[in-house]
Design a protein around this ligand. Sequence first.
Ligand SMILES: *Cc1c(COP(=O)(O)O)cnc(C)c1O
Length: 445
Amino acid sequence: MTGIEQRRILNTAIPGPRSAALQARKNAAVSAGVSTGLPVYVERAGGGILVDVDGNQLIDFGSGIAVTTVGNAAPRVVERVRAQAADFTHTCFMITPYAEYVEVAEALAELTPGDHEKRSALFNSGAEAVENAVKIARSATGRQAVVAFEHAYHGRTNLTMSLTAKNMPYKHRFGPFAGEIYRVPMAYPYRWPTGPDDCAEEAFAQFASQVHTQVGEENTAAVIIEPIQGEGGFVVPPDGFLTRVADWCRDNGVLLIADEIQTGFCRTGDWFACDHEGVVPDLITTAKGIAGGLPLAAVTGRAEIMDAVHPGGLGGTYGGNPVACAAALGAIETMKAEDLPRRARAVEALFMPRLRDLAAKYPQVGDVRGRGAMLAIELVSDPAAKTPDPALTAAVNKACHAEGLVTLTAGTYGNVLRFLPPLSSPDHLLTEGLDILEGAFAASV
Ligand SMILES: *Cc1c(COP(=O)(O)O)cnc(C)c1O
């Protein structure tokens, strides 16, 4: 773990003077459209700690948005990346291939849900994987419509921005958007109008009815869903919802695309979030946690669907870059060797009682939810009306940052605090982070 002492250290105010100087240079050199949530400039990271240029050591509850699941600069990742970079850095898999790409595809076939025959294609980013999943689904079915959910997040390219639900900041002034995308209600238990009990059944009924009346099953290529929604606020559909949608897809010849870019690779306490209910998607998109911080993404799916695309129809200059593939092999080896699904469940067991205590103490905590090491609280100003409280959320977030705890917000209404610690984080840092969170509440409400 790179020898970083697993201890929070505050040397300066957060951000410190060196970070502030770099931020001034950033503002003069980097587009204002690329903003920074916590402008401390990182120099080293490992375990559960980020070390900044002022010598502060921050506790990481973000993992760079669920990416460094195995830890930052994880030893097996670093070792393989070093060796691969020394051997060769690029050939383009579409020209002269290499074994590492094939090995990642084999690992994906082994680890993703379902024991059917599978194929994969590798890309650079999550958005690129989602784009390609839609291309593949349209090609394989000969249909065009794609159904996406409220609160969905699928990326920032034109097609994936069109699949994404939230206007600000993702879509605002960036239209026109891609066609043949249809949005349906999400099973969001906390905000379901009739309450959580009938949420799965009613949300599914609305989904099926809206697709039938507004799109037509026979026109629908795919339904794309995050099994636990990420940017939309860690919305966990009630058990039964995903299964119903999967059954409906199978009955109607519609492909189910599980976007597991945020939930995948041990984050939720299983290898993939679909495993929780035994849902087997036709196509699954992965990225973020797959390669311990290097840019890599994949579409994995049923062999007959993935092979329906004409030769040369999929690819890209860098997709499945050998250094990124080596990183993925190191990350996957780490997940297996350290049984990280189990570690994610232990993180849930450590967090959940603390978050529930917080909810018992502060009525502003309207909901506590998530699974594994993907957990969140939703903040409201009026618990009865469930009025979103983005101001309090921002205040708590900021108070955590000031104390050297890296937290992230999320949610359609900007009122969700989400927790995505690296699974390499020792318990004492998780506990200390939760203490800071509690203090931030006391100071902000
Ligand atoms: C992050 C994310 C994406 C987009 O991935 P990028 O690598 O940022 O393009 C797509 N879907 C989900 C669920 C995500 O969390």
